[in-house]
Ligand binder design. Sequence first.
Ligand SMILES: N[C@@H](CCC(=O)N[C@@H](CS)C(=O)NCC(=O)O)C(=O)O
Length: 229
Amino acid sequence: MDYRLFYWDVPFRGNFPRLLMLEAALDFEESDPTILYTQKSLQIDGPGMAPPYLYDIALRKYLNQMPAIMMYLGHKHHLMPKDEYDKALAYKITLDCNDVLMEITRYNGSKMWTKKEWKEFRYERFSNWLQIFESISTNGIDKSSGYTFGGKITVADIALTALLGTIKHCLPELSEDIKEHAPKVSKLVERIEKRERIKQYLKKQRKKSGLVYCSGRIESSIREMIATQ
Ligand SMILES: N[C@@H](CCC(=O)N[C@@H](CS)C(=O)NCC(=O)O)C(=O)O
């Protein structure tokens, strides 16, 4: 076993490290994150406020914060672009994805949506984010390989898939927004979701969890906004 992932049984932020570890053919298991809640996490290396936590079994160390976990795994398992600038861009894309997660859940569920704010988010911020992702891909995408950087799959392709593939599946009403504002990235996401290990995992996860996205009151609030818009 290479790693242990401490995350809730929902796709949301957890599918970022999950898809990366599947792509890299790593051996990992999952544990209930409750045991690492804030005070308890002070006793470990890399403590934090909330899951995900990655435990590196050989190193016997934990790491918190999704983008840090993605960079750690990406560097260690050859899923970074070669060029230094592209490495920074891959990190930026991962941070952008994490910002979208924070925005769509109104700062990780700390507030619920109102109709006015949802409308502003969906038609301004979310479409702007999609255009940003699309412009990075349009300018930089490697025409021969179809990946964002340098002919090989990287952490950036995986982060975009974990963000947008999950939204497309769990909140299908938003898939039109994705196709409209980020058509190339939408295709990229479809290609990554067809990679064998990722495909098998998503099939199982989606069969078991259905459309569950981030769970809790904030998921109900997002669904209410979509339904009554
Ligand atoms: N910035 C952190 C955010 C962690 C976070 O907010 N996790 C959520 C689930 S995705 C959570 O467990 N929230 C419950 C809490 O904050 O107590 C990261 O990117 O990993």
